[in-house]
Design a protein around this ligand. Structure first.
Ligand code: EPS
Length: 391
């Protein structure tokens, strides 16, 4: 039986972006409107370029459902490209430093970077968001939700309270043109993007994902491949233009003594009904993961995005056909895609969490997974009250 997994296919200016999801249990209601809403959000955010005025991403679910409910068969999803012109798009001989152009041209033994950039383009993330949106529907059945947002654009940093819940984060984010729950920072971020545009430059930033409702014990410490921290770091790190990823306090752990890093544990019987099973902590420096497993605290992961590598003014480069120095090619592009990256990060994290849920609770049908989930939580709570109550 397939594990929950997905693959993407498609070029930026090819016919379509395609996703194949395998290993979904049967019986999950597939809310197409929710998937399309995620795609719409990925297309938005202040700082996007002309391409997003052309595309109107929406899914065409080709298989895997009957009457809007998952069948457990492979689910193929197509997102059509309106700007389909791959055969006539011009050759690119002057690689843009920072993009996949140069390394890809060398790898595929060509002086035309077009073929490589078509696949390396962040257009592919439409497919990852569609897959993650399906995963989010599965997580919703278990009361788990991942919320992605922006915490920094250029040098403008936001203040986002550590205590905010999913609904508050979502509301703040959705009210912001740059998907940042801090209204004051939003205005400064928009100004920074406008300045970058006037300077013919681009801006990066930091995105954060917090996931709520996770019980302790998802993931594993038994095999390195199954450690959830590694999978989450890999999933966020694989998003186009992400150059750094951290969980919880992340790099900040390095400079502190252990007494100021590790999150002291306490038990509060009044909160045993929560996902934490009543094991509470005043801090969450671990970002919800210890030993490769969730620990009942919210998952917190951040990714640092480099500025878009397509610069209006170009950068010094080399014409691969003549080997002469020339400015890099300019392709229509975004000024800042950090808001979009926050949507992508939310969805790749959702997929990894759904994969971990299916691994632990399994079953061919959603009902079986829910029963296994309920059994586990009851057993874990019983254990918390004394070994004699273990099931
Ligand atoms: C991208 C270049 C731009 C972006 C694109 C990523 O596309 P185009 O060359 O068609 O203007 O808009 O992002 C998307 C198409 C998208 O859907 O996010 C690149 O070179 O990576």
């Amino acid at each position: 039986m397939a594990n929950l997994d997905y693959r993407t296919a498609g070029e930026s200016h090819g016919q379509a972006v395609v996703v194949l999801i395998e290993g979904l249990p049967a019986g999950l209601r597939i809310d197409e409107a929710a998937i399309n809403e995620a795609l719409r959000r990925r297309q938005g955010g202040f700082g996007r370029g002309g391409r997003m005025k052309i595309e109107q991403d929406a899914v065409n679910i080709l298989s895997g459902i009957r009457g809007g409910v998952s069948l457990a068969s492979p689910m193929a999803i197509q997102i059509a490209n309106k700007d389909w012109r791959i055969d006539t798009a011009p050759a690119i001989h002057r690689p843009r430093p920072g993009h996949a152009d140069f390394a890809g041209a060398m790898k595929y033994l060509t002086t035309d970077c077009r073929g490589v950039l078509e696949r390396a383009s962040a257009r592919e993330t439409a497919g990852r968001v569609a897959a993650g949106a399906v995963a989010a529907l599965l997580l919703r059945e278990f009361g788990i939700e991942a919320v992605g947002f922006v915490t920094q654009i250029g040098s403008v940093r936001a203040e986002v309270g550590a205590a905010l819940d999913a609904a508050a984060l979502r509301a703040g984010r959705d009210a912001s043109e740059v998907y940042c729950p801090d209204a004051g920072a939003t205005a400064a971020m928009v100004e920074a993007i406008k300045r970058a545009k006037a300077d013919k430059d681009t801006l990066g930033g930091i995105v954060e994902v917090r996931a709520f409702g996770l019980p302790p014990g998802l993931g594993s410490c038994m095999r390195w491949q199954d450690k959830l921290d590694g999978r989450i770091l890999g999933a966020v790190g694989s998003i186009q233009a992400i150059k750094g990823v951290e969980i919880g306090l992340g790099f900040g752990c390095a400079e502190r003594p252990g007494s100021r890093v590790h999150d002291a544990l306490a038990y509060d019987a009044g909160r045993r009904g929560e996902a934490s099973l009543g094991f509470v902590r005043q801090t969450n420096h671990a970002g919800g993961l210890e030993g490769g497993m969730t620990n009942g605290m919210p998952l917190v992961v951040r990714g640092a995005m480099k500025p878009i590598s397509t610069l209006l003014a170009g950068l010094e480069s080399v014409n691969l056909s003549t080997l002469l120095p020339e400015r890099s090619d300019y392709e229509r592009s975004d000024i800042c895609a950090v808001p979009a990256a926050s949507v992508v990060a939310e969805h790749v994290v959702a997929f990894e969490l759904a994969r971990a849920v299916v691994e632990k609770f399994g079953g061919d049908t959603l009902g079986e997974a829910r029963a296994a989930w309920a059994h586990y939580l009851a057993a874990a709570r019983g254990q918390a009250e004394g070994p004699d109550k273990q099931t």
